[in-house]
Design a protein around this ligand. Structure first.
Ligand SMILES: [Mg+2]
Length: 128
């Protein structure tokens, strides 16, 4: 039953007749549920993002440890749900520092495309 419910969520969200959602639209939805102490406007979502990223890593780890590295559809959906939690915090944090999520997406794409064109995708350093 639990597995069926999970698949229903994925199926609903992947429905071919559902329209796409822009990053800005998602950010607006996230902000509608952003309820936490105002004095931690930036720190709260930053910490939440790190925590949820840890949950993603933990789900992946447990698939390896307990599931013989079988990334079944159920496990992938569990991981996807955690990725969504990371996204929520990203969307809220972006807003709190004055950015639209679409803008950050474009900034990141531009940075990575530039690195790719210059043969700098590998290596390290923020400004390569
Ligand atoms: Mg979570």
């Amino acid at each position: 039953m639990e597995n069926e419910a999970r698949y229903e969520v994925t199926a609903l969200c992947e429905s071919p007749d559902s329209r796409g959602m822009s990053l800005n639209e998602y950010q607006q939805c996230a902000l509608e549920t952003a309820v936490y102490p105002e004095e931690y406007n930036i720190v709260y979502p930053a910490l939440g993002m790190a925590g949820e990223a840890g949950e993603v890593a933990d789900k992946v780890k447990k698939v390896i440890r307990d599931g013989n590295a079988d990334f079944s559809p159920v496990k992938c959906e569990e991981i996807a749900m955690e990725i969504g939690d990371v996204m929520w915090y990203c969307a809220v944090l972006a807003d709190r520092i004055g950015y639209k999520l679409d803008t950050i997406g474009r900034m990141n794409h531009r940075k990575l495309k530039s690195r790719q064109l210059r043969g700098k995708l590998g290596g390290s350093g923020d400004n390569r």
